[in-house]
Ligand binder design. Structure first.
Ligand code: NZQ
Ligand code: ZN
Length: 386
């Protein structure tokens, strides 16, 4: 096991009707900017619950943050923060709204020339305006981590950043919010969280027994709960397990002391930037090819995963590893998620070369847990995903 230091300061307030507790978590006299997405919170009642809870505060609203939060839209919110002297940010949404809020937290106190540098500077964010979140869509884990991903349509870029200042002060997780989520987004949440675990697990054995079991238990829980939550989004028990699994998949805990990969996300982000494909679906496109391409270096963990998560007991290590990859792809299909790029766009030819050039230009010359996956390897993996 590698050395590690772990601190996650986000307070989680989990459970039925917990949105009513929101006001207690916000500093007295705060001037709040309430941020949300395209309007789902207005039709499912979450907006009313939040407004009621924070009625004693001075609140300014900013709605319309799109899925894959867009830089240009967030700059409008930044303007409001500055002109209206906002002191606290409140995100009501899924990963996109929470990520957008994290960017704003950093941008509000940023002293450099242009806030896009926050994404390209390669430096951890150490200062930010305080913020909290009400999670409306389990998927990304953004509610309990310090990372964020922003899209810039103008340049077809999607880049990640983050740092210790960007943990939410609190996040409210009421599983009842799941009842209004369309099936497609629930499937996305399951696939995204599943892949978050894989990125921190599907590497090489590192004698990190507890982290392995944490990871496998989250994967098993997602597999177990998927049919129930897809069948009935109002199933509170299924929603609770789904929600907490998504948070635990990417709040830092399972990744401590272990090698991590993240190449699937790096390639996936490019597919969203180029084609607008939902984040989780890009992962389902890339992951099977990534594991097939890297089977030599990942086969021990793939076989362990096949055995422990999918109950594959027959065959050699390599055969089990291959079965594990097939099971993963089957799992995505069982969620109604297609796993080939050509099933999402007819415009895919040349994608491999574009992405590999972008990685080269950015100096991303060695991805994966061994830092050996060159842009040319990424091109081959993407081609396998066509
Ligand atoms: O915009 P509204 O109208 O609110 O609708 C949203 C949106 O269209 C809808 N929705 C959310 N909660 C709902 C609901 N509809 C009905 N009922 C509810 N309760 O769902 C749609 C998708 O929302 P979005 O926030 O975009 O989804 P998700 O949570 O999957 O976030 C995706 C973004 O997070 C980034 C992704 O790259 C992508 O930009 N990620 C962030 C990570 C992080 N911060 O750690 C890690 C991830 O790997 C990921 O990259
Ligand atoms: Zn993800």
């Amino acid at each position: 096991m590698n050395n590690f230091e772990f601190k996650n300061p986000t307070k989680i307030i989990f459970g039925k009707d917990k949105i009513a507790n929101l006001a207690k978590e916000i500093p007295a006299n705060a001037k709040i900017l309430m941020l949300y997405g395209g309007g789902s919170i207005k039709s499912n009642g979450i907006y009313d619950q939040v407004k009621k809870s924070i009625s004693a505060f001075e609140v300014v609203e900013f709605g319309g943050i799109p899925a894959n939060p867009e830089y240009a839209v967030l700059l409008e919110a930044l303007q409001i923060i500055k002109t209206q002297k906002i002191t606290f940010l409140l995100a009501i949404g899924g990963g996109s709204v929470i990520d957008g809020t994290k960017f704003l937290s950093a941008a509000a106190v940023y002293e450099g020339e242009t806030p896009w540098e926050i994404l390209t500077g390669g430096k951890p964010i150490l200062k930010g305006m305080p913020f909290g979140a009400v999670l409306t869509l389990p998927a990304t884990g953004s509610e309990m981590n310090s990372g964020f991903v922003l899209t810039r349509k103008e340049t077809k870029e999607k880049l990640a950043s983050g740092g210790p200042a960007l943990y939410p002060q609190f996040s409210i997780l009421d599983p009842q919010v799941v009842s209004s989520i369309p099936q497609k987004q629930i499937a996305n949440g399951l696939a995204d969280a599943f892949t978050h675990v894989l990125e921190q697990y599907m590497t090489y054995p590192s004698d990190s027994l507890l982290q392995d079991r944490f990871a496998e238990s989250i994967l098993q829980t997602l597999v177990e709960v998927a049919p129930a939550i897809l069948k009935n989004a109002s199933d509170y028990n299924a929603a609770s397990n789904f929600m907490w699994s998504c948070t635990m998949a990417l709040n830092g805990l399972i990744g401590q002391g272990v090698p991590q990969d993240w190449a699937v996300h790096m390639m996936g982000h490019e597919l969203t930037a180029l084609f607008g494909i939902d984040h989780a679906r890009t992962l389902a496109i890339i992951a099977p090819s990534h594991y097939r391409y890297n089977i030599e270096t990942k086969k021990e963990k793939l076989a362990q995963y096949a055995e422990r998560v999918w109950g594959v007991t027959e065959g050699t290590t390599e055969e089990k590893a291959k079965a594990g990859i097939d099971k993963t792809e089957d799992f995505f299909h069982s969620l109604g998620i297609k796993t080939k790029l050509s099933e999402y766009t007819s415009d895919y030819s040349g994608t491999a070369e574009i992405v590999s050039k972008r990685f080269t230009d950015r100096g991303w010359l060695g991805l994966g847990e061994h830092r050996k996956l060159a842009p040319a390897d990424a091109a081959k993996i993407i081609e396998m995903s066509y």
